[in-house]
Write a new protein. Structure first.
Length: 245
């Protein structure tokens, strides 16, 4: 495939990924990662994805800045930063296929549990976000992104629409910064990977802006339904090995 066509397809996929993430809070990485692997190769794809996702999430924080829950972000960062660093250092040599399939099974299970009568009203305590941040950040450093893993907990806490999108995005920004530090120290973040991720940044911002216009017009029930469908789809893809690194 001609280089110009490959790069044009990458730009289009990046926009769609950012738009999806701006509506559901996650899913953008699952859309963008295969294209990055196709263009750059497996080991460079995740660091490039992390740089691009950092910009995309940062834009979602800005667009939803008035609805952020800072307490959730603080507890998430408490557990998330050290585990993102550990996961980032392990990334270069970690066996990822088994983790991917375990994550897929968990995503499907969590959707089922959310709709059971006795569990649908479960609300995680604020301090539990330290543990959520630790688990999510460790897996994210290995798998590239685990937004679907984080989503059910932010929703169960009672965050919806702009509050959910912005708070989850800011938590992810903190996580991605720690991951990039670990990637750099582990020599898996070359300068051209940083440049490639930064080049995708304006496209991710444009997609986030378009997604913000969509989410502001969605009824809450439709919003949550979209998230459940995306969770199930991501779970099936992870289980099938489609996102295998």
């Amino acid at each position: 495939m001609p280089e110009a066509l490959r790069l044009s397809l990458l730009a289009a996929v990046a926009f769609l990924a950012a738009l999806l993430a701006a509506v559901t809070g996650f899913g953008g990485a699952a859309v963008l990662l295969p294209m990055l692997v196709f263009v750059f190769g497996v080991r460079e794809a995740i660091p490039i994805l992390t740089v691009a996702q950092l910009i995309g999430n940062g834009s979602r924080v800005w667009f939803n800045r008035r609805q952020l829950d800072w307490h959730v972000v603080a507890w998430f960062a408490l557990g998330g930063v050290p585990m993102a660093l550990i996961g980032g250092f392990l990334f270069a040599h970690a066996p990822l296929a088994a983790l991917t399939r375990i994550l897929g099974a968990f995503l499907i299970l969590i959707v089922v549990l959310r709709h059971l009568p006795k569990l649908s009203g479960f609300k995680p305590p604020l301090k539990s976000f330290a543990l959520i941040g630790a688990a999510s950040s460790f897996l994210s450093a290995l798998l590239g992104s685990v937004g679907p893993l984080m989503a059910p907990f932010f929703l169960a806490y009672g965050l919806v629409k702009g509050a959910y999108i912005g708070t989850e995005a800011l938590s992810t920004v903190v996580m991605h910064v720690a991951k990039l530090i670990a990637y750099h120290e582990s020599a898996v973040l070359p300068l051209h990977a940083i440049a490639s991720g930064l080049a995708l940044g304006p496209i991710m911002v444009a997609g986030s802006f378009a997604g913000k216009r969509v989410v502001d017009r969605l009824p809450e029930r439709v919003f949550v339904t979209i998230i459940d469908i995306t969770l199930l789809a991501a779970g099936v893809l992870f289980l099938s090995g489609w996102s295998k690194l």
